[in-house]
Design a protein around this ligand. Structure first.
Ligand code: ADP
Length: 376
């Protein structure tokens, strides 16, 4: 707040300067007041805004403004106004609005006649900026918010890099085994068997990876038509257990269902089966002793199916990331168990496609996944 004393002191100092004294040293508040008064004058003295220009800018889907010859925003659309702290860009310079010296320089150069296109970071957002000099000496400034698009591009790039890396490992193993066979190992039946076994295992891994990749891409691009019909959870859990009973038994683990008969959710039976296969399979893979239990919680906001194991749990800092594609707590361990790192990403996308959500809780006594789906 501007107090009385600095204002009086500034007035005295200015008077003294005008009467031939030293240059007045005005305080920050007083300088800001002077700037605001000057800006108000600037707005007052400006001619009426042209409604045609205003209409034209309002038709742009991006933030758009006309920058005057003096370098301040003369006309702007609503999207551009939201960039200004006070919600109104008029009368401010692009520097005052964005605090970007780079944009300010580019605007200056555009006012001198040089068009520019640049990427600009303002706070946490990224804009693609176009500056077009206009005939009458002003500049058209367009700012497209590309934050989400850039983020999606980065995710896609990471995904392609990760997928290629995952595919390369089994391909390299198959190629090495085939070369060893060709260079003589085929003559030795015991060695040949060993290398053919390597080929078979890695081919199996390739098949799993490509299947999971295809599934994910179909779910994401919504090519997989999902039903929204009542599904009998009890029956689906029974099928899932039948499928996985052998691998649970092989590790001495118990599979238990606490799902009351007749439990229904709204969704797609095949998708729910895939979700539960992935979760129960993970429980079996990562649990050394005890077992996996499937249960149900009923709430106002749908039905929650829980898959709980007695494994070692997942450390807290991994929990928010395990649904990401290819994210694993221990990549070596996951591969050893035949994991692709895509199982939980598939779970998340399928559950979301059915209008539900999935959460995980984990402690030293085990991990529990909770899949919430709409009531039938
Ligand atoms: P993966 O094919 O590696 O199992 P997922 O996407 O299914 O891939 O799981 C991602 C990672 O989450 C796993 O690599 C593992 O580290 C961890 N994880 C998933 N489920 C469990 C579980 N029930 N107990 C412990 N860790 C788990």
């Amino acid at each position: 707040m501007l107090g009385r004393t600095p204002l009086f002191a500034a007035i005295r100092a200015l008077r003294a300067e005008l009467e031939g004294g030293a240059r007045a040293d005005l305080g920050r508040d007083v300088r800001e007041l002077a700037e605001l008064l000057a800006r108000r004058e600037r707005r007052r003295s400006e001619p009426d805004r042209d409604p045609v220009e205003q209409e034209l800018l309002s038709a742009f889907p991006d933030a758009a403004a006309l920058v005057s010859k003096e370098g301040w925003v003369r006309v702007s659309n609503a999207a551009f106004d939201t960039l200004a702290v006070a919600g109104r860009a008029h009368g401010l310079t692009p520097l005052e609005i964005t605090r970007s010296a780079e944009l300010s320089d580019a605007v200056k150069r555009a006012l001198e006649g040089t068009p520019r296109r640049l990427d600009l970071s303002v706070g946490r957002r990224t804009y693609l900026v176009h500056l077009a000099p206009l005939l009458r000496g002003e500049v058209l400034l367009l700012m497209r918010d590309v934050t989400e698009a850039r983020r999606a591009e980065a995710t896609r790039r990471d995904f392609v890099a990760n997928a290629s890396h995952e595919l390369r490992t089994p391909i390299a193993a198959i190629r090495a085994a085939a070369e060893t066979l060709l260079s003589g190992a085929v003559e030795d039946p015991a060695a040949a068997r060993n290398f053919i076994d390597i080929v078979a295992r890695h081919a199996e891994r390739l098949a799993r990876l490509t299947q999971d990749l295809l599934d994910l891409s179909r779910i994401e691009s919504r090519q997989l038509p999902l039903e929204a019909a009542p599904v009998d959870v009890t029956g689906v859990v029974r099928q899932v257990f039948e499928l996985l009973l052998d691998s649970a038994r092989a590790k001495g683990l118990a599979l238990a269902s606490e799902v009351p008969p007749g439990t229904l959710v709204r969704g797609d039976a095949r998708a729910l089966e895939q979700v539960l296969v992935n979760l129960v399979e993970n429980g079996i893979k990562y649990t050394p002793q005890g077992g996996v239990t499937v249960g149900v919680l009923r709430g106002d906001a749908g039905v929650t199916i829980t898959v709980t194991d007695t494994g070692p749990g997942i450390e807290r800092h991994h929990l928010s990331r395990i649904f990401e594609r290819f994210y694993r707590v221990d990549a070596g361990r996951s591969r050893e168990q035949g994991g692709t790192g895509l199982g939980l990403a598939i779970v998340k996308h399928l559950v979301m496609a059915m209008g539900g959500d999935v959460h995980v809780e984990s402690g030293s006594s085990g991990t529990s996944f909770a899949v919430r789906l709409p009531s039938p």
